[in-house]
Design a protein. Structure first.
Lengths: 361, 383, 80
């Protein structure tokens, strides 16, 4: 250990200037945490062999992404993570970053292979905290057969960011014959959610507001590699998948109908279940969980005939044990999402405009 | 008898009884000899629940649900918003507020915008959180934005009592509370307002009691039903109201007796009158309605931010505080149900939740917000 | 104008407070307005305060009336 140990536990501006401290930070925190051959090469770019990626994808859930590099289709995704607080019940910004990236690839029918991550760190942030975040990312990545292959570090002055921001790019190989897009949705198709909605959003709200014991409301942050790769391999008739993050289930379903243009979606209020503690808190605060973010859920549209098989396959996995059909695509109410209520009436479920705050009215 | 509410809720929310109530509502609709039956939902929460539960889409077209001024945020005058913003901008203050107020637009800012720009604005679930914040920040003045009807007034009253007991000298409230019964009478008397029945607010009534509306009903001749918030409660209330209209009954009925009594919560009423006294109040877009406001009694005036910090509240810019008429906001007519939000030329175009011209578009109970969120009154939903 | 949510009392505390159940966890709320509240009662919670106790007796009457409506009896108001 060189200058590092003398610098103490705080990130200094010099850690971002590309010089000695930057190199020590990379080797002692990032490379040490993310441990893989590609990262260790220390090049400006991660150079990857598509053939090796194909082999790795096969090992992960026996997914066929093509027999030769020529048949392979590359999926790329990018995301930025600015969650506050950085550590919450059920995860942290690091786990969230890797999870979100993995899930974005999975819902396009891709097997995640590699992730890049750029860190923007506030001067004064504790290195020991950074190490926890890195460890969390490494653990999540390893469990899902994904490597963090390259990255970047910048340091900004105090007050210029909330501790840490993380940006990622994820790369994956698309499963052969996977063709998932909003245009595929037809009237009669089933709308499946892989578990109870809105837990992440209400967890963060509670972390900030301290309304109830923080252990009682937990983020649903979780990668869905096992269930979604299995689903794509075993069940035909999957039209489209998406993870309902910001704006929740309501917003994502509205994206589907707007991007498709020919159908509407009808949800059945009686079919939608919620986590008991999340719902109890949401009711007190006047929050609608259908608009609250999920970080470990997928919305899946599939043909009516495949719905049972899809739900059956998803239920085999812990992360998606709560999978169920919650509605249908329809010729009616084109371009809209409508929810049929317990009394037999209906209301429009619009896309979120502004974020929800606790209310008394 | 051991009472389990979860079991009870499952029992009462039964679609079969709802079906029969709807049949009855349709029958009354046919029997009542009018082209259009106007029922005013006094309370903004009722407006939203009626949409949300899907009941709105099921009622006969003849029944027009008109929204009333029962959104305490919506009826708060522009000058109050500007005052709150001036306090927020001043580094000596920490503003505590219900989340409902956060996005309300001032002339060119909002509490949320000021918060983003560095103002210490904190959303609280209960006003009592202001006490801890004040203790932890002895060098700042903590001002709670005291907005709300009688359901919420006791919370502010208890805040003042606790501040007094704890001898805190840096806790204040910026008074804007309003009361309902006199407002209902004023609405009933208004020449442009044509209401056949009032759907009375369920939780305000918990505090003031169902009897509190008798004077208003008697004088105006317009019947009212105190109504709960489950869809079955809403149907019971509407059915009862139609029965009264048909029978030309001028009374008040309490259709939420498991929670509302005739006399109300006397403990709550006592604490309100201990701390507050009635005064005239300005209702945004409507004007001053006598005896519908609450101000701190002399003994507690020291907690009044409106008095103590009048100069900060007034601000330095005499041009600030754009009135409704200047902005073109037709909230007054909307709050009195003279027009519906889609009839306002700015609705959903110039005025929308991201760029609201008035509070009705952003308040959680705001009628414009409800119409925006749930589409054109649910009439277009193909069931 | 009011978000009022029913919650069961699990414990009465000193100074006019009580613990109520929110899901599986407890929250401390102010019961100064319902001094006679006891464990097992359901309170209507608004902005951190209980504004009333839900009357089990009245609740049962409402339910009975709805049962009668469902079975085709003439619809009467709950109000007497």
């Amino acid at each position: 250990m060189g200058i590092f140990s003398q610098a103490g536990d705080a990130i200094l501006e010099a850690h971002g200037n590309g010089g000695k401290l930057t190199h020590e930070l990379i080797s002692e925190v990032f490379a040490a945490g993310f441990k893989n051959e590609i990262l260790n090469e220390g090049l400006d770019s991660a150079v990857m062999n598509i053939g090796s990626m194909l082999e790795a994808a096969k090992k992960l859930g026996a997914a066929d992404c093509g027999q030769t590099p020529g048949e392979a289709r590359l999926a790329l995704t990018t995301d930025s993570y600015v969650v506050n607080p950085l550590f919450f019940n059920g995860g942290d910004i690091g786990k969230l970053a890797v999870t979100g990236t993995i899930n974005d690839l999975l819902v396009c029918g891709a097997v995640p292979c590699a992730i890049t991550c750029g860190f923007i760190i506030e001067e004064g942030f504790k290195i020991s905290e950074l190490k926890k975040i890195v460890a969390s990312m490494a653990e999540t990545a390893a469990k899902n057969g994904v490597s963090i292959v390259t990255g970047d570090t910048k340091v900004v002055g105090r007050g210029r960011c909330d501790g840490v921001y993380i940006n990622t790019t994820g790369a994956g190989l698309v499963i052969k014959n996977a063709d998932l897009k909003p245009a595929n949705i037809k009237a009669g198709d089933a709308v499946i959610i892989t578990g109870v909605p809105g837990n992440h959003g209400i967890c963060i709200l509670n972390e900030r507001g301290g309304y109830v014991d923080k252990n009682s409301v937990r983020s649903d942050c979780a990668p869905l590699s096992g269930p979604l790769i299995s689903l794509m391999n075993k069940v035909k008739g999957i039209r489209l998948m998406r993870d309902p993050t910001r704006g929740g289930v309501a917003t994502t379903l509205n994206e589907f109908v707007k991007q498709n243009g020919e159908i509407g979606i009808e949800l059945l209020e009686n079919l939608i279940e919620y986590d008991k503690n999340s719902k109890a808190l949401a009711d007190i605060l006047g929050i609608d969980l259908l608009y609250s973010a999920c970080e470990g859920r997928a919305l899946i549209i599939c043909s009516a005939e495949s719905a049972d098989a899809a739900v059956g396959e998803l239920k085999k996995f812990e992360e998606t044990a709560g999978a169920k059909v919650i509605g249908y695509a329809s010729h009616k109410n084109k371009g809209r999402v409508v929810i049929k209520t317990s009394v037999g009436g209906a209301r429009i479920l619009d896309m979120q405009v502004l974020e929800q705050f606790p209310r008394i009215c | 008898m051991s009472f389990n509410l979860e079991e009870y809720s499952k029992k009462i929310n039964k679609s079969a009884a709802a079906g029969k109530l709807l049949e009855s509502i349709f029958k009354y609709g046919d029997k009542i000899d009018k082209d259009c039956i106007n029922l005013m939902e006094v309370c903004g929460t009722h407006t939203h629940e009626i949409f949300k539960s899907g009941v709105k889409a099921l009622l006969p077209k003849k029944i027009k649900l008109r929204s009333g001024p029962g959104c305490p945020v919506c009826v708060t005058p522009d000058s109050y918003i500007e005052g709150a913003l001036n306090l927020a901008r001043d580094k000596n203050f920490i503003i505590t507020t219900f989340g409902d107020m956060l996005k309300v637009p001032g002339a060119n800012s909002s509490l949320k915008a000021e918060q983003s720009a560095g103002a210490d604005v904190r959303v609280v679930y209960s006003p009592e959180e202001s006490l801890e914040i004040a203790s932890a920040n002895p060098d700042k003045n903590v001002v709670f934005l005291s907005v709300g009807f009688e359901t919420t007034v006791p919370a502010s009253a208890f805040l003042i009592k606790s501040a007094e007991a704890l001898k805190l000298n840096n806790v204040y409230i910026y008074e804007a509370n309003k009361t309902v019964p006199e407002a209902i009478l004023a609405i009933a008397r208004h020449p442009a307002v044509k209401i056949d029945g009032f759907i009375l607010p369920g939780h305000v009534s918990v505090i003031i009691g169902a009897d509190a509306y008798k004077a208003a009903a008697g004088e105006s001749g317009i019947p009212g039903a105190v109504c709960g918030f489950e869809y079955i409660d809403i149907l019971l209330g509407i059915n009862s109201l139609l029965e009264m209209i048909y029978n030309k009954d001028r009374g008040i009925r309490n259709e939420y007796p498991r929670v509302v009594s005739a006399a109300g919560n006397l403990t709550a009423q006592r604490v309100i009158s201990e701390i507050f006294e009635p005064c005239d109040a300005e209702w945004r877009g409507i004007g001053v309605i006598a005896a519908t406001g609450l101000k701190l009694r002399e003994k507690y005036r020291k907690f009044s931010a409106g008095e103590k910090f009048a100069s900060v509240i007034a601000g330095s810019d005499p041009r600030q505080g754009r009135s409704c008429s200047e902005s073109g906001c037709r909230c007054g007519e909307i709050l009195l149900s003279i027009i519906e939000p889609p009839e306002c030329p700015m609705f959903a175009s110039v005025c929308n939740p991201v760029n609201p011209v008035g509070p009705c578009m952003v308040s959680s109970e705001g009628v414009c917000a409800a119409y925006y969120k749930y589409g054109a009154a649910g009439a277009e939903i193909e069931l | 104008m009011c978000l009022g949510i029913p919650v069961p009392v699990t414990k009465i505390l000193d100074g006019g407070f009580a613990e109520v159940k929110i899901g599986d966890t407890e929250k401390k709320i102010n019961i100064a307005m319902v001094p006679d509240a006891k464990v097992g009662d359901y309170l209507v919670l608004h902005a951190g305060f209980a504004i009333t106790v839900i009357s089990a007796e009245e609740a049962e009457k409402t339910y009975q009336m709805l049962e009668e409506i469902e079975h085709g009896k003439e619809i009467k108001s709950i109000f007497k």
